[in-house]
Design a protein around this ligand. Structure first.
Ligand code: AHG
Ligand code: MN
Ligand code: MN
Ligand code: MN
Length: 342
């Protein structure tokens, strides 16, 4: 097709979401409204991240979150943006955000039937030096929509396995703003066209290569790793998996950036448990589950090392878990080594 013609039919995020909605006959467009509200939040944060250096939005907010982390100004701004956009969508009953200790129960007049878990700004330690950061989200549908609408919210609508999520995605604020999203029918990738103010489809069907030659882990924690992780990384370096040619190490320190590269190039991203963090560092609800959902939908795998990430049942809203995700064959090798070395 003539390249010029493509400009007359850009498949925007909103149009793509509608194509997904038509897959479920009795859909009433509520998830469509919700996903568009998330898209608006991402556009706002993309703009704030780009202006941060110029608008005095770098640096610390002077507050701490439940994780014991010093909040950056953009952590707080992004959190407010998504809370407002989600509330205004009228489609949510409960919000879980990394930046707030307690669940947010949406007031009656704005209440809907979806639970949204989100990390408003992921990789915020990188924000002040201009390295890519992102937003991560996951969506559950209330088990009993009428009860939720009546205002009887309970945490058992939240502490559910990743397999019960109806949608998940992230937006990475890098050289461009990239949105990856799934509603359970594969992964689509979008790029924000700043002249349009629209996310336009650029990756219609994302597929993780079955194996890769990139491993991604914070080697600074090597002294604390378990034997299987140590063995796997040793094998990556020795060339054991690649006819004698060592893998490359790539580690950005923003989960969104490391996962985005893994989705597109293949390889493996790891944040194992270690002696310091017995459950690893990454939070199950709004980091592990959405990324595991995306990777699986793109043909990859995600594991805690001994169990499929998506089948975990969280015990608390900020609970953490070890995670290994990416190319199917790389993750299966980790699982084999876990059985072998324990
Ligand atoms: P957040 O900025 O949302 O708190 O998440 C930071 C996470 C994740 O983005 C990244 O993979 C990980 O922290 C990096 O941790 P280390 O600095 O310990 O490697
Ligand atoms: Mn944080
Ligand atoms: Mn994060
Ligand atoms: Mn965060």
């Amino acid at each position: 097709v003539d390249a010029q013609l493509l400009q007359t039919d850009p498949l925007t995020l909103s149009a793509w979401i509608l194509t997904q909605q038509h897959r479920s006959p009795n859909a009433r467009g509520r998830l469509t409204v919700l996903l568009n509200a998330i898209g608006v939040g991402c556009k706002f944060v993309a703009s704030a991240v780009r202006r941060a250096g110029l608008a005095g939005m770098m640096g610390m907010a002077g507050s701490e979150n439940v994780q014991g982390e010093d909040q950056k100004k953009l952590d707080v701004i992004a959190n407010e943006v998504f809370k407002n956009s989600l509330r205004r969508s009228g489609q949510c009953c409960i919000l879980i955000t990394e930046e707030e200790d307690e669940p947010i129960f949406i007031e009656k007049e704005h209440r809907g039937i979806y639970i949204v878990v989100f990390d408003p700004l992921d990789g915020s330690s990188n924000i002040d030096c201009g390295v890519s950061v992102g937003t991560i989200f996951g969506i559950y549908k209330a088990k009993d929509p009428q009860a939720e609408l009546a205002g009887n919210s309970t945490l058992d609508d939240v502490l559910r396995p990743g397999t019960e999520m109806v949608a998940a995605g992230y937006c990475m604020y890098g050289s461009m703003a990239y949105m990856m999203i799934t509603t359970g029918n594969g992964v689509a990738g979008f790029t924000l066209d700043p002249t349009l103010g629209e996310f336009v489809i650029t990756h219609p069907k994302v597929q993780v290569p079955p194996r890769g030659t990139i491993y991604s882990i914070n080697e600074g924690n090597a002294a604390n790793w378990d034997p299987a992780t140590t063995k796997y990384v040793e094998n990556c370096k020795s060339g054991k998996y690649n006819n004698g040619k060592p893998y490359s190490l790539r580690y950005v320190g923003s989960m969104v950036a490391d996962v985005h590269r893994t989705l597109l190039y293949g390889g493996i991203f790891m944040y194992p448990a270690d002696k310091k963090n017995p459950n690893g560092k990454l939070r199950v609800l709004y980091e592990c589950f959405p990324m595991a959902f995306l990777v699986e939908q793109a043909g990859g795998k995600a594991t805690t090392g001994t169990a499929r990430t998506m089948e975990m049942v969280p015990t608390s809203i900020h609970g953490r878990a070890p995670i290994y995700l990416g190319s199917k064959e790389e993750v299966e090798e980790i699982e084999r080594l876990k059985k072998e070395c324990g």
